[in-house]
Design a protein around this ligand. Sequence first.
Ligand code: GRF
Length: 202
Amino acid sequence: KRVVVFISGGGSNMLALVKAASEPGFPAEIVAVISDKADAGGLAKAAPLGIATFAFVRKDFESKQAHEAAILTELDRLSPDIICLAGYMRLLSATFINAYEGRIINIHPSLLPLFPGLHTHQRAIDAGMTEAGCTVHFVTEGMDEGPVILQAKVPVLPGDTSEDLAARVLVEEHKSYPQALRLLAEGKVRMVDGKVVVADIQ
Ligand code: GRF
């Protein structure tokens, strides 16, 4: 399966996907990395690996629609089977999502439906949670609310700062995202009528 990864920042999750996809037998290849930031650190990490990189800078376009249209045109050329959002800090329109229905996944650093949105680790600490984690889910129109594919849990330890917790969760993100991509690429999970359907295990 052909995969395009969307980033806005450092791209550590993108790199985890690239590394996993380079293993023999992995059912997907990362064919390109797209960012909305020309200076996204992940672009500089992907390029030396021979992966096509593209920056579509929002301010270069007169509207969100024009920005997305430019990305969709490039995607028509890249022909991805799957799009992985990995630290992509922009909401996709319904038009965009519908163009790739059931084929866009995202990793979010909380145990959804708890703590959608930003600053998830500080919010979990402030709420006195004893566990936190990450979620890989299908992308739907609402933010961070699509059906869940995989979750991984970590303990919240006394005295944890948000940085401590973020680092602990990130380790799990780098394991969970490749696992979820494998399941989707192998057809073991898919989204039907907004729900995750698991193929009967052979
Ligand atoms: C991670 O916490 C990820 O869950 C969130 O953005 C953070 C940085 O991701 N989406 P990355 O290092 O850019 O992949």
